[in-house]
Design a protein. Structure first.
Length: 89
C-alpha cells in the first residue's frame, strides 16, 4: 500500500501512510512548514489487520495551517509579488 495525499485547499492537507508519524512528516514536507506552525488531527491510527496482512488500514492525518500563519504567508507572498493588501469599507 502506498501513501495517499489529498490536498483539501492551500492551507489544509490529508495524508495516509503506514504510521501517523510518517503521515505527519509527509504533510509537513508537502506544506513546507514546521510542526509548530500547524494543527494536526489524527483521523485514524494504522491497523495491521489479521496476521498483519488482511484488512490493513493506513494511518490518516489532517494538517491545517494555523490562522496566524495563513496571514503571515499571505503577507509574505503579497510582498514578494508587489501586491497591496487592502480592505474596503
Amino acid at each position: 500500500m502506498g501513501n495517499k495525499i489529498t490536498i483539501i485547499n492551500k492551507n489544509e492537507i490529508e495524508v495516509e501512510a503506514k504510521t501517523a508519524q510518517e503521515a505527519i512528516k509527509i504533510a509537513l514536507s508537502k506544506l513546507n512548514v514546521k510542526k509548530s506552525e500547524v494543527k494536526i488531527s489524527v483521523l485514524r491510527e494504522e491497523n495491521k489487520g489479521l496476521f498483519s496482512m488482511q484488512g490493513t488500514k493506513l494511518a490518516k492525518v489532517r494538517v491545517l495551517l494555523r490562522p496566524w500563519d495563513i496571514v503571515a504567508v499571505t503577507i509574505w507572498w503579497a510582498s514578494q509579488n508587489k501586491f497591496c493588501v487592502a480592505r474596503h469599507s
